[in-house]
Design a protein around this ligand. Sequence first.
Ligand SMILES: NC(=O)c1ccc[n+]([C@@H]2O[C@H](COP(=O)([O-])OP(=O)(O)OC[C@H]3O[C@@H](n4cnc5c(N)ncnc54)[C@H](OP(=O)(O)O)[C@@H]3O)[C@@H](O)[C@H]2O)c1
Ligand SMILES: [Zn+2]
Ligand SMILES: [Zn+2]
Length: 341
Amino acid sequence: MKAAVIPAVNSAWELRDVPDPRPSAGEVLIRIHACGVCSNDVLATVGALPFPSIEPAVTGHEAVGEIVEVGSGVRSRQVGDRVGTTWVRSGCGRCDYCRLGLPVGGQTAMNCPDAVQTGFTAPGGHAQYMTVNADETVLLPEQLSYVAAATVMCAGYTAWSALRAGRPDPGARVAVLGIGALGHLALQYAAACGYETVAITRSPDKHELAKRLNADFVVADGEQLRGIGGADVILATAPSHAAAAASLAGLRVNGRLVLVGLDGREPFSIPPTMQYPFFAQGQSIVGATHGGPALLREALDLVAAGKVTPMVEVFPASRVAEAVDKVGRGEVRFRAVITYA
Ligand SMILES: NC(=O)c1ccc[n+]([C@@H]2O[C@H](COP(=O)([O-])OP(=O)(O)OC[C@H]3O[C@@H](n4cnc5c(N)ncnc54)[C@H](OP(=O)(O)O)[C@@H]3O)[C@@H](O)[C@H]2O)c1
Ligand SMILES: [Zn+2]
Ligand SMILES: [Zn+2]
């Protein structure tokens, strides 16, 4: 089969012939139709996240497709099923974290020493085929296209998990910092739930776009957010702790700042107490990541129902390196999805 191989850290992805995977007992063979390029795939390519520990290095955790073969003992899936699989597939089942019995999600990957992570510790979805345990797939809603479904497997799942972690009250105002892949979906998920929405973007060219993505207001930073009355929940999807901390200026009393973007360089610092003293605001700062299969299901269903529409740039497999490059430059509006079938 063809697969998009990352030859080494900091090198361009190459479409190469690699051995066909075969399903073992309990596994299914998926013919990949589409796989999104997550910004974390780019971070792994440049060595800012762990480089895939698999040979050949094939990443991609927004994989969706059709089951074409099932291994022995599989009962929950059949040939022809439309499925997807996400970043974190399982924990070791034995460590202190796994013994808590929590749903498998991003937390598992960051706490279990032996979690199976698609595209990092197990072959990823930027390929024509992949194998995965049947129970580590999700059935896709019938009316959902493969391209749209791919964006939900990480970007949508994370955006929805962040909104749920923010626990907005009915009638709340929800602001989204950073209008990229996660942000453009977070904005729409918040609007779909009836919250008043604000886009916080440093890019003037995204103002009109953000309104079309259901932003009721668009501002450039936390001070401007404060100027329009602030927000009860801020979903910080920008890869910058500094930008997230600056947004606190626009967080209402008793509000929640949800950190979902990754910043591997700078610490998160609460601004000095002189202006809007954090100690007196009753605010919370929480992290969020893929929150478990039930949240993935909800995220998929809202897209399938037409309440959230991912904005994508679709590339054929032959142009995967160009897509990765464009994602790295932050120029994709808003998720690059590669088609493999
Ligand atoms: N928690 C998780 O489980 C999880 C899962 C997936 C991804 N992530 C992380 O989530 C973040 C967003 O991912 P994505 O795929 O949505 O990325 P993306 O498409 O590149 O979007 C990020 C957006 O943040 C803003 N931004 C970028 N650099 C910035 C900076 N230095 N300062 C302030 N704003 C900046 C930009 O929006 P504007 O132009 O509107 O300002 C950009 O479009 C990344 O850090 C990624 O690693 C986390
Ligand atoms: Zn991702
Ligand atoms: Zn474990």
